[in-house]
Design a protein around this ligand. Structure first.
Ligand code: GLU
Ligand code: ASP
Length: 497
């Protein structure tokens, strides 16, 4: 995209109208708010839907299989961002990708809201994976389109957007969890569909007036021959995969377990290939190569972080449901409500973190040190949740405050890692790959959940001290290594901070 065009795009966006930010931020904030509302609302009850008995309205799956499927699902949702980002960059433009994505997501929730079988669940997962891949990375990248390169409101704009994500994630488990308890799972999923519908309406109605040309262009359109190749190869891929599945599934050679294993392999293989391609590309300069090297340990740390953070929606959700005393101070807590704690703490603490970084001025920790803190706290959050079993054994119901504490501690880590993660990716990835940096960042979460799909199978209340201890301990060891390596990594970053 030429500089001059970029200028034209920014000029077309009304530059005021939402908390002193460009008016387009209103549209993107609420679109993403409602998308996250639907996603996290659905996830807050989905895990229970899978393993609850049929008599309780669930599908009656084995609990550990359900936990694995949750992780695989999360991995695919963020992996598909690679395709969603590519399609926006080369075929649709970001704005249309967001719209199509929203439609797929809404359909996915609608499918789940119809009482049905495991097949319905898989169809819904497919739709939401495609939809989120189209919507999530692209809605965030339009935020970047709203500002001139030198606009000082840019960081604040992204912080406001981040609040939108977490506000949606905070409110929905409370409401969806209550609706599920009162009316059943399918009404909960229906509410998620309504959320995405509202998001789509906001997007469509306010887009014209607020976004101007932002998101409306195809940054790097396919040439006719590339288009032919893309169609050819994707048709071949679909036929080959379809044929293989059709041959293997009836013979029992491709099971849920094979699929779970494959996602784990892809979760690690895709970012590895990314790194190799970026490193070897002739478009990558010497300095950029050094920055890729610096980025690798940060990426690994990020995988470690999300592996623990995302277990908040699987292992800890299960913990809330089965190990926690939900009668608290005369209140009847819902297990799904615990999913609101992470985003709640994010909303409460984010301003404080921003303030601390500013206060520290020159002494603000470097990116590698922040990442090291990220996984240090993640590790501690798992060590904390090991304690109730240490004091009370695996058979007593635990005070919910333990979970609150664990979610609180992980957020301390999240706030030192997540908000800088994307910008660190943007700065450290080679310029020739800038269109893919958003997807690259999400791949760390995808890899984490791909690995989780294997890990969570080992969890049981009887071995939970070992489970939390080993994973938490690994994170802490990794954080110490990262603290030690931070000065070296900084050197390899070649002036980026
Ligand atoms: N909770 C974040 C979100 O939904 C996680 C995404 C990430 O991996 O950065 O946006
Ligand atoms: N904190 C997560 C994110 O930033 C939300 C969640 O886990 O509920 O969006």
């Amino acid at each position: 995209m030429e500089r001059i065009d970029k200028q034209k795009i920014v000029d077309s966006v009304p530059q005021k109208g939402f908390f002193g930010q460009p008016k387009g931020l209103f549209t993107l904030f609420f679109t993403e708010f409602w998308e996250r509302f639907s996603y996290y609302g659905m996830r807050a009850i989905l895990v229970f839907y899978m393993y609850y008995e049929v008599s309780e309205g669930g599908l009656g799956l084995d609990r550990n299989v359900a936990l694995s499927i949750m992780s695989v699902y999360g991995a695919l949702v963020y992996m598909s961002g690679v395709i969603g980002g590519w399609l926006a960059d080369r075929v649709f433009g970001t704005s249309r990708a967001v719209f199509y994505g929203g439609v797929f997501i809404m359909l996915g929730h609608i499918v789940l809201s119809v009482p049905g079988s495991l097949t319905f669940l898989f169809i819904s997962m497919g739709l939401i994976v495609i939809g989120t891949g189209l919507l999530k990375p692209n809605v965030s990248s339009i935020v970047g389109d709203l500002y001139h390169e030198t606009d000082r409101r840019r960081d604040a704009g992204f912080s406001i957007f981040y609040m939108g994500i977490n506000l949606g994630a905070f409110i929905s488990p409370l409401i969806v969890g209550q609706v599920q308890a009162d009316y059943g799972f399918h009404w909960g999923f229906a509410l998620a569909a309504v959320g995405m519908f509202i998001g789509l309406v906001v997007f469509i109605v306010t887009k014209k007036g607020n976004l101007g040309l932002a998101g409306s262009y195809v940054p790097n359109p396919l040439t006719p021959s590339e288009r032919r190749n893309a169609i050819k190869y994707s048709t071949i891929a679909v036929l080959v995969i379809g044929g293989l599945l059709a041959a293997l599934i009836p013979r029992g050679l491709f099971t849920i377990n094979t699929f779970i294993g494959l996602v784990g392999v892809f979760g690690i293989a895709i970012p590895t290939i990314y790194f190799i391609v970026m490193y070897r590309s002739p478009k990558t300069t010497e300095i950029e190569r050094s920055r890729i090297i610096a980025y690798i340990p940060l990426f690994i740390a990020s995988v470690m972080f999300w592996a623990i953070q995302e277990q908040g929606a699987t292992i800890l959700a299960n913990y809330a449901d089965q190990r926690t005393n939900l009668n608290f101070l005369g209140l009847e807590l819902k297990a799904a409500w615990f999913q609101s704690l992470n985003p709640l703490f994010i909303i409460l603490l984010a301003p404080m973190f921003a303030w601390v970084w500013v206060r520290l001025g020159d002494r603000e920790p470097s990116i590698p040190v922040k990442f090291a803190f990220g996984i240090l706290f993640a590790g501690l959050s798992f060590l904390v949740i090991l304690l109730p079993a240490y004091f009370g054994g695996p058979n007593t119901l635990v005070n919910p405050l333990w979970l609150v504490l664990s979610y609180f501690i992980v957020v301390l880590g999240e706030l030192s890692l997540s908000p800088v993660g994307l910008s660190a990716t943007t700065k450290l990835a080679p310029a020739a790959f800038s269109a893919q940096t958003m997807s690259l960042w999400f791949l760390s979460n995808a890899a984490a959940q791909g690995i989780n799909a294997q890990l969570v199978r080992f969890y049981s209340p009887e071995n939970e001290m070992i489970y939390f201890g080993v994973i938490g301990g690994a994170a802490i060891v990794l954080s110490l290594i990262l603290f030690a390596l931070a000065p070296v990594i900084k050197r390899y970053m070649r002036g980026i901070h």
